[in-house]
Design a protein around this ligand. Structure first.
Ligand SMILES: Nc1ncnc2c1ncn2[C@@H]1O[C@H](COP(=O)(O)OP(=O)(O)OP(=O)(O)O)[C@@H](O)[C@H]1O
Length: 247
């Protein structure tokens, strides 16, 4: 098994008196995908925000390639290769598609590298090519999702954290988004942590899966080894299945 790129250890996060994560531990292996699922309020977005320094944990550790992320600013974390796409597909609606991509590279000085990255990304996201001069706000939901993924990749992350990529998308469009993510992973060895509120969609990725409820991992394992009934019971909390060993 590959080394863990990301290791979350006994993480607790509080918002005032609300405990959003209670001693959560999980790993994302290098170049692999971890699907994180669970009902509303389970703590999924809180984990994403903790990883990129938007939220400070009360206790526990976040290790990236063996180094602690404690106390680092979001900019420092991004510079170490972690990017997050928050829920809601935030494109700059009045900017053109190409300018949305260029904005992501404003801190880079390597013009040739930027041009090469744009070419590479447009090969992965061909639907953006004929729309480069269009306002991003005019794109369909699926195209906007592709654009925010492409934009995040302009920073050359090693780990991409995506909060609810399928939100509001038709199933067929969601399939295209996932196919593109798989292609990126195969080509670039990108590590992925993907939040999916739908446990069925999360399980369909046949990757390791962690199901959160009330800030705790109540089920985990390779999706192929978790049957639909067990998944549903864990999700709704009717009966807590025994914890399996971590993926
Ligand atoms: N800024 C905040 N202030 C106070 N409580 C918060 C804040 N953000 C989240 N919470 C609470 O923390 C808990 C976890 O929320 P979080 O958004 O991480 O869950 P989630 O699994 O992502 O749910 P959803 O899918 O609804 O976004 C919830 O009880 C939520 O109400």
């Amino acid at each position: 098994m590959s080394a863990a790129d990301l290791s979350v250890q006994d993480l607790t996060v509080r918002y005032g008196s609300t405990v959003a994560l209670r001693g959560l531990s999980l790993d994302v292996a290098q170049g692999s995908t971890l699907m994180l699922t669970g009902p509303n309020g389970a703590g999924k977005s809180t984990l994403c925000k903790s990883l990129i320094g938007w939220v400070r944990p009360a206790s526990g550790a976040l290790l990236w390639q063996g180094q602690s992320l404690a106390g680092l600013s979001p900019e420092d974390i991004a510079a170490r290769g972690i990017a997050m796409i928050p829920e809601g597909r935030h494109v700059f609606g009045s900017l053109s598609v190409i300018d949305n991509l260029r904005v992501a590279a404003t801190r880079r000085r390597d013009r040739a590298g930027i041009a090469a990255d744009l070419d590479r990304l447009l090969a992965v996201f061909p639907m953006l090519q004929p729309r480069l001069q269009q306002a991003a706000g005019m794109l369909s939901g699926g195209q906007q999702q592709m654009l925010v993924i492409a934009r995040a990749l302009m920073g050359r992350p090693r780990l991409l954290v995506i909060d609810e990529p399928s939100l509001g998308l038709a199933p067929q469009v969601t399939d295209q988004v996932y196919a593109t993510l798989r292609q990126l992973q195969a080509e670039q060895g990108l590590s992925l942590l993907i939040v999916e509120q739908s446990s069925r969609r999360a399980a369909a990725m046949s990757s390791p899966l962690v199901l959160l409820r009330e800030g705790q991992a109540v089920l985990r394992g390779p999706a192929s080894q978790i049957d639909a009934d067990t998944l549903e019971r864990a999700y709704f909390g009717d009966d807590s299945p025994a914890l399996e060993s971590p993926p």
